[in-house]
Design a protein around this ligand. Structure first.
Ligand SMILES: Cc1cc2nc3c(=O)[nH]c(=O)nc-3n(C[C@H](O)[C@H](O)[C@H](O)COP(=O)(O)O)c2cc1C
Length: 251
């Protein structure tokens, strides 16, 4: 790669707030109403209740010290299914709501300006009580909305990830999309760096939460953008996939 393009791309990692944003001209400052904090869904959409957080006490739960010291990227999974309770815990740990009051929602992961530009899709392959296919997590309701069922979901998701075939043995694949405008509304051109930082926290919570329940995961950023967006039925412009993490039982 040309030296000049490297230098140009590196700028993206730096503090760009003062240089790139005129805060008086962001959509927020101009009085544009904020976008929804969760992607809307049709009132006719099929929804599945997840196990509520107050019942997670029944899960085995390794302590934080062991979860951190055991954490590594796992690409080999056993064939045993993930229970819905375990999946509920993992979704809650990565995007769940911690506190909710009038117009104010805080989650279990931090996010720049509390904007939370990510949506969590789930490719369910071996989860008790879920047909194979694609779902979306609704943090506000702590439910899954059914996107579509697909018996061939395992081979399709691996193909869209450059044939990383180990992914097909996962019990579920977390797929995070970004809706950049949620963060751009406040931070304009400085939004994109912080959306990436947000994604790192989400995935690390997934690693640690998996270790706590004797499951494992591996972050995945190598995927075919067009194929993956098509698989999730995303427009690739206002919403697109940016990160994945297959999860399965280990040992
Ligand atoms: C942003 C990011 C992208 C990654 N993408 C992939 C990937 O596409 N495929 C894969 O097998 N591993 C992927 N990994 C996992 C890394 O290879 C792994 O974290 C690294 O080798 C260190 O191993 P450890 O996680 O066990 O400490 C990714 C990790 C990160 C943080």
């Amino acid at each position: 790669m040309q030296e000049s393009s490297l230098e140009q791309y590196r700028q993206f990692l730096k503090d760009s707030v003062r240089k790139t944003i005129d805060f008086s001209r962001t959509d927020q400052s101009r009085g544009v109403p904020p976008p929804p904090i969760q992607k809307p869904y049709s009132s006719e959409a099929e929804r599945i209740d997840l196990v509520p957080p107050h019942e997670f006490g029944r899960l085995p739960g390794a302590d934080l010290l062991s979860s951190i010291s055991n954490r590594h990227s796992r690409r080999q999974f056993s064939r045993s299914p993930l229970a819905l309770e375990e999946l509920s815990f993992l979704l809650w740990a990565t995007q769940g709501v911690r506190e909710q009051s009038a117009g104010h929602v805080l989650r279990n992961v931090p996010s720049a300006g509390n904007r939370h530009a990510l949506e969590t899709y789930l490719c369910a392959l071996n989860v008790q009580g879920l047909d194979r296919g694609f779902y979306r997590y609704l943090p506000l309701e702590h439910q899954l909305v059914v996107e579509y069922r697909d018996d061939r979901a395992a081979e399709k998701i691996a193909r869209a990830a450059f044939q990383q075939n180990w992914m097909s043995d996962a019990a579920a694949v977390f797929v995070w999309s970004a809706i950049p405008y949620r963060t751009e509304w406040r931070y304009s051109l400085a939004a994109h760096k912080v959306i990436l930082l947000d994604a790192g926290h989400v995935c690390q919570n997934l690693y640690l939460a998996c270790e706590a329940i004797r499951a494992g995961t591996c972050a995945v950023a190598a995927y075919d953008q067009e194929l993956m967006d098509q698989l999730l039925k995303l427009d690739g412009k206002d919403e697109f996939v940016m990160y994945l993490a297959p999860v399965g039982r280990i040992g």
